[in-house]
Write a protein that binds this ligand. Structure first.
Ligand code: NAD
Length: 228
Protein backbone atom coordinates (compact mmCIF):
# COMPACT_ATOMS: atom_id res chain seq x y z
CA UNK A 1 0.00 0.00 0.00
CA UNK A 2 1.71 3.18 -1.21
CA UNK A 3 0.44 5.99 1.00
CA UNK A 4 1.31 9.60 0.18
CA UNK A 5 -0.50 12.90 -0.31
CA UNK A 6 1.27 13.11 -3.69
CA UNK A 7 -1.30 11.33 -5.89
CA UNK A 8 0.90 11.49 -9.02
CA UNK A 9 3.87 10.05 -7.12
CA UNK A 10 1.91 7.11 -5.70
CA UNK A 11 0.40 6.31 -9.14
CA UNK A 12 3.81 6.39 -10.86
CA UNK A 13 5.40 4.21 -8.20
CA UNK A 14 2.49 1.76 -8.24
CA UNK A 15 2.92 1.39 -12.03
CA UNK A 16 6.65 0.76 -11.52
CA UNK A 17 6.13 -1.86 -8.79
CA UNK A 18 3.34 -3.70 -10.62
CA UNK A 19 -0.03 -5.19 -9.73
CA UNK A 20 1.05 -6.05 -6.17
CA UNK A 21 1.09 -2.31 -5.33
CA UNK A 22 -1.94 -0.18 -4.46
CA UNK A 23 -1.73 3.61 -4.33
CA UNK A 24 -3.52 5.31 -1.40
CA UNK A 25 -3.31 9.03 -2.19
CA UNK A 26 -4.28 10.66 1.12
CA UNK A 27 -3.01 13.44 3.32
CA UNK A 28 -2.27 11.67 6.59
CA UNK A 29 -3.34 14.66 8.66
CA UNK A 30 -6.87 14.77 7.18
CA UNK A 31 -9.78 13.40 9.21
CA UNK A 32 -10.42 9.73 8.51
CA UNK A 33 -7.06 9.15 6.78
CA UNK A 34 -5.86 6.57 9.32
CA UNK A 35 -9.07 4.54 8.93
CA UNK A 36 -8.92 4.80 5.11
CA UNK A 37 -5.35 3.45 5.05
CA UNK A 38 -5.92 0.52 7.41
CA UNK A 39 -9.38 -0.38 6.06
CA UNK A 40 -8.17 -0.44 2.44
CA UNK A 41 -5.16 -2.56 3.45
CA UNK A 42 -7.39 -5.13 5.15
CA UNK A 43 -9.75 -5.03 2.15
CA UNK A 44 -6.91 -5.79 -0.31
CA UNK A 45 -4.83 -8.21 1.73
CA UNK A 46 -7.02 -9.41 4.60
CA UNK A 47 -4.25 -8.57 7.09
CA UNK A 48 -1.48 -6.12 8.00
CA UNK A 49 2.06 -7.50 8.41
CA UNK A 50 4.16 -4.35 8.26
CA UNK A 51 3.75 -0.62 8.89
CA UNK A 52 6.46 1.84 7.86
CA UNK A 53 5.90 5.38 9.13
CA UNK A 54 7.97 7.28 6.59
CA UNK A 55 6.06 10.47 5.66
CA UNK A 56 7.92 13.57 6.67
CA UNK A 57 8.16 17.31 6.35
CA UNK A 58 10.87 19.56 7.59
CA UNK A 59 10.58 23.11 8.86
CA UNK A 60 13.58 25.25 9.54
CA UNK A 61 14.47 28.51 11.11
CA UNK A 62 15.68 29.65 14.51
CA UNK A 63 13.78 28.25 17.50
CA UNK A 64 12.76 31.71 18.67
CA UNK A 65 10.90 32.35 15.39
CA UNK A 66 8.99 29.07 15.02
CA UNK A 67 5.22 29.70 14.66
CA UNK A 68 2.95 27.50 16.77
CA UNK A 69 1.21 26.04 13.70
CA UNK A 70 4.55 24.85 12.29
CA UNK A 71 5.40 23.11 15.57
CA UNK A 72 1.95 21.51 15.64
CA UNK A 73 2.21 20.36 12.00
CA UNK A 74 5.57 18.69 12.63
CA UNK A 75 4.22 16.92 15.72
CA UNK A 76 1.10 15.82 13.82
CA UNK A 77 3.06 14.23 10.94
CA UNK A 78 5.90 12.72 12.97
CA UNK A 79 4.21 11.80 16.28
CA UNK A 80 0.39 11.88 16.29
CA UNK A 81 -0.22 10.09 12.98
CA UNK A 82 2.41 7.35 13.53
CA UNK A 83 0.93 6.81 17.03
CA UNK A 84 -2.62 6.51 15.64
CA UNK A 85 -1.52 4.21 12.80
CA UNK A 86 0.30 1.96 15.27
CA UNK A 87 -2.85 1.83 17.43
CA UNK A 88 -4.95 0.85 14.43
CA UNK A 89 -2.63 -1.85 13.00
CA UNK A 90 -1.74 -3.28 16.41
CA UNK A 91 -5.12 -5.02 16.81
CA UNK A 92 -4.91 -7.17 13.65
CA UNK A 93 -1.21 -7.77 14.35
CA UNK A 94 -2.02 -8.94 17.91
CA UNK A 95 -4.64 -11.32 16.49
CA UNK A 96 -2.06 -12.66 14.03
CA UNK A 97 0.66 -12.86 16.71
CA UNK A 98 3.09 -11.14 14.34
CA UNK A 99 3.91 -7.65 13.14
CA UNK A 100 6.74 -5.36 12.09
CA UNK A 101 6.59 -1.58 12.61
CA UNK A 102 9.39 0.70 11.44
CA UNK A 103 9.42 4.43 12.19
CA UNK A 104 11.66 6.62 10.06
CA UNK A 105 13.34 9.00 12.47
CA UNK A 106 16.39 11.23 12.11
CA UNK A 107 19.76 11.96 13.66
CA UNK A 108 18.08 15.30 14.52
CA UNK A 109 16.34 13.30 17.29
CA UNK A 110 19.65 12.20 18.82
CA UNK A 111 21.49 15.52 18.87
CA UNK A 112 20.46 19.15 19.30
CA UNK A 113 19.48 20.04 15.72
CA UNK A 114 20.53 23.40 14.30
CA UNK A 115 17.64 25.53 12.99
CA UNK A 116 15.40 22.45 12.82
CA UNK A 117 13.88 22.51 16.29
CA UNK A 118 10.24 21.54 15.45
CA UNK A 119 11.50 18.66 13.28
CA UNK A 120 14.05 17.48 15.87
CA UNK A 121 11.52 17.71 18.70
CA UNK A 122 8.93 15.79 16.68
CA UNK A 123 11.38 13.05 15.67
CA UNK A 124 12.44 12.73 19.33
CA UNK A 125 8.75 12.16 20.07
CA UNK A 126 8.69 9.48 17.38
CA UNK A 127 11.56 7.68 19.17
CA UNK A 128 9.36 7.80 22.29
CA UNK A 129 6.43 6.29 20.38
CA UNK A 130 8.81 3.55 19.18
CA UNK A 131 9.91 2.61 22.69
CA UNK A 132 6.41 2.77 24.20
CA UNK A 133 4.87 0.64 21.45
CA UNK A 134 7.76 -1.87 21.52
CA UNK A 135 7.35 -2.31 25.28
CA UNK A 136 3.60 -2.99 25.08
CA UNK A 137 3.50 -5.02 21.86
CA UNK A 138 6.61 -7.25 22.14
CA UNK A 139 4.65 -9.98 23.96
CA UNK A 140 2.46 -10.35 20.84
CA UNK A 141 5.33 -11.05 18.43
CA UNK A 142 5.36 -7.44 17.21
CA UNK A 143 8.57 -5.45 16.90
CA UNK A 144 8.68 -1.65 16.73
CA UNK A 145 11.98 -0.02 15.77
CA UNK A 146 13.15 3.33 14.44
CA UNK A 147 15.87 4.26 11.97
CA UNK A 148 17.62 7.54 12.76
CA UNK A 149 18.65 8.66 9.29
CA UNK A 150 21.57 10.92 8.53
CA UNK A 151 21.50 12.89 5.28
CA UNK A 152 20.07 10.75 2.46
CA UNK A 153 20.01 12.01 -1.15
CA UNK A 154 16.27 12.67 -1.55
CA UNK A 155 14.00 15.55 -2.65
CA UNK A 156 13.47 16.56 0.99
CA UNK A 157 17.21 17.02 1.53
CA UNK A 158 17.71 18.82 -1.78
CA UNK A 159 14.90 21.23 -0.90
CA UNK A 160 16.39 21.82 2.56
CA UNK A 161 19.99 22.65 1.55
CA UNK A 162 21.40 24.69 -1.37
CA UNK A 163 23.70 22.49 -3.59
CA UNK A 164 27.01 23.93 -2.29
CA UNK A 165 25.94 23.49 1.35
CA UNK A 166 24.73 19.98 0.60
CA UNK A 167 28.15 19.06 -0.84
CA UNK A 168 29.82 20.51 2.27
CA UNK A 169 27.37 18.59 4.48
CA UNK A 170 28.40 15.34 2.80
CA UNK A 171 32.08 16.16 3.43
CA UNK A 172 31.35 16.55 7.16
CA UNK A 173 30.19 12.96 7.53
CA UNK A 174 32.65 10.21 8.51
CA UNK A 175 31.58 8.35 5.32
CA UNK A 176 32.30 11.57 3.31
CA UNK A 177 29.15 11.05 1.24
CA UNK A 178 25.37 11.23 1.52
CA UNK A 179 23.37 8.06 2.12
CA UNK A 180 21.48 6.42 -0.73
CA UNK A 181 17.75 5.62 -0.62
CA UNK A 182 18.53 1.92 -1.17
CA UNK A 183 20.67 1.89 1.96
CA UNK A 184 17.63 2.97 3.97
CA UNK A 185 15.41 0.46 2.14
CA UNK A 186 17.80 -2.39 3.02
CA UNK A 187 17.70 -1.46 6.72
CA UNK A 188 13.87 -1.35 6.57
CA UNK A 189 13.84 -4.69 4.76
CA UNK A 190 15.96 -6.28 7.51
CA UNK A 191 13.73 -4.88 10.28
CA UNK A 192 10.65 -6.16 8.38
CA UNK A 193 12.00 -9.68 8.15
CA UNK A 194 11.74 -12.53 10.66
CA UNK A 195 15.58 -12.29 10.92
CA UNK A 196 15.24 -9.23 13.18
CA UNK A 197 12.77 -10.84 15.62
CA UNK A 198 14.70 -10.05 18.83
CA UNK A 199 15.47 -6.41 17.94
CA UNK A 200 12.78 -4.29 19.56
CA UNK A 201 12.49 -0.65 20.65
CA UNK A 202 15.80 0.24 19.01
CA UNK A 203 16.64 3.58 17.43
CA UNK A 204 19.28 2.57 14.90
CA UNK A 205 21.40 5.28 13.24
CA UNK A 206 21.71 4.91 9.46
CA UNK A 207 24.01 7.85 9.11
CA UNK A 208 27.48 6.98 7.80
CA UNK A 209 28.83 7.17 11.35
CA UNK A 210 27.93 10.80 12.10
CA UNK A 211 26.28 10.28 15.50
CA UNK A 212 29.15 8.02 16.57
CA UNK A 213 31.68 10.70 15.63
CA UNK A 214 29.77 13.54 17.31
CA UNK A 215 31.90 16.60 17.94
CA UNK A 216 35.06 14.70 16.87
CA UNK A 217 33.87 15.12 13.28
CA UNK A 218 35.09 18.71 13.35
CA UNK A 219 38.61 17.50 14.21
CA UNK A 220 38.41 14.74 11.57
CA UNK A 221 37.38 17.29 8.95
CA UNK A 222 40.30 19.57 9.95
CA UNK A 223 42.76 16.64 9.57
CA UNK A 224 41.36 15.67 6.15
CA UNK A 225 41.78 19.25 4.98
CA UNK A 226 45.29 19.49 6.45
CA UNK A 227 46.33 16.40 4.42
CA UNK A 228 44.65 17.35 1.14
N1 NAD B 1 16.46 12.67 3.36
C1 NAD B 1 17.08 12.81 4.51
O1 NAD B 1 18.23 13.25 4.56
C2 NAD B 1 16.40 12.41 5.79
C3 NAD B 1 17.16 12.50 6.96
C4 NAD B 1 16.57 12.12 8.15
C5 NAD B 1 15.27 11.65 8.16
N2 NAD B 1 14.55 11.61 7.01
C6 NAD B 1 13.17 11.14 7.07
O2 NAD B 1 12.93 10.19 6.05
C7 NAD B 1 11.54 10.22 5.70
C8 NAD B 1 11.40 10.31 4.20
O3 NAD B 1 11.92 11.55 3.81
P1 NAD B 1 12.49 11.84 2.33
O4 NAD B 1 13.85 12.39 2.50
O5 NAD B 1 12.27 10.66 1.45
O6 NAD B 1 11.56 13.06 1.95
P2 NAD B 1 10.58 13.29 0.70
O7 NAD B 1 10.08 14.68 0.82
O8 NAD B 1 11.28 12.89 -0.54
O9 NAD B 1 9.44 12.25 1.06
C9 NAD B 1 8.54 12.50 2.12
C10 NAD B 1 7.17 12.12 1.63
O10 NAD B 1 6.23 12.32 2.70
C11 NAD B 1 5.03 12.77 2.10
N3 NAD B 1 4.22 13.47 3.08
C12 NAD B 1 4.58 14.52 3.86
N4 NAD B 1 3.55 14.92 4.61
C13 NAD B 1 2.50 14.10 4.31
C14 NAD B 1 1.16 14.01 4.73
N5 NAD B 1 0.66 14.89 5.63
N6 NAD B 1 0.37 13.06 4.21
C15 NAD B 1 0.84 12.18 3.28
N7 NAD B 1 2.12 12.23 2.83
C16 NAD B 1 2.94 13.17 3.32
C17 NAD B 1 5.49 13.71 0.98
O11 NAD B 1 4.48 13.90 0.00
C18 NAD B 1 6.72 12.98 0.44
O12 NAD B 1 6.41 12.13 -0.66
C19 NAD B 1 10.93 11.41 6.45
O13 NAD B 1 10.28 10.96 7.62
C20 NAD B 1 12.16 12.23 6.82
O14 NAD B 1 11.95 13.02 7.99
C21 NAD B 1 15.08 11.97 5.81
Amino acid sequence: MLVDRDAGGTATLAAEVGDQAFPVPVDLTHDGAVDTIVDSTIEHWGRVDVLVNNAGTSAHGPLVDVPREVLEREIAVHVTIPFLLIQRVARPMITAGYGRIINISSVASLIGPLDLSPYGVAKTGLNGVTRAAATELAQHGITVNALALGPIATDLLRSTWPPDQLAARAEHLPARRLGEVDEVAHAVQFLCSPLSGFINGAVLPVDGGSVAAGAYMVEQYRRWNAHS
